[in-house]
Design a protein around this ligand. Sequence first.
Ligand SMILES: [Zn+2]
Length: 213
Amino acid sequence: MTCEFDLDFLMGGTTREMHCKVPLLYEAGEAFLKMQMAAKKDGVCLKIISGHRDFNHQNKLWAAKYKKFVAPKLNDLIENILQYTALPGTSRHHWGTEIDLVDGDLNLDDPLLTKNYINGGPFYQMYDWLLDRAEQFNFYMTYPDDKKRTGFMFEPWHFSYQPLSKKCLDCFLSQNWVDCLDVKKIAGEKLLTAAYLKKYQCDYLLGINLKLL
Ligand SMILES: [Zn+2]
């Protein structure tokens, strides 16, 4: 398979030029701007709180969580981090196709919490709009609230631009990312064996919205 996206980019190493207005690949950025305009007409202010992130950025998030969680066993520690934070090198945020969205009209100290998005929460109007309209713009919730899904927790804020992220996922899976991952740079490396990473691929990287597979 020839890949439009090389593994080094997909793993957050080399970066590509992103859209000048939004931290996404150009095509995804254009789609987002259209969706943002449509939302604005309905009185909803879509704001990207995080888009493209490289390996070093993801590794900082990972290391901060590693310090934060105190667990009796390394195994539990990694599982705790993995509730919401992908292993550096495997985050879909490396691809320039993923966004975390908040309501730009509101300023919350800790916006990325499920309770802010669900019915009764301050972001509910925006969330409800996204449920209704995002797919028209090819943005899909990556980690929906589906009991049958494995891996990361429900993330009502995280959306994926499907036409490009599907290509990225196919390219990523068709290349040998397990051997390429530089685990020495990552906190908790002892646990990150090839066997663990293969299981992680199954449970986490494939534990996404079926429409993105
Ligand atoms: Zn995200």
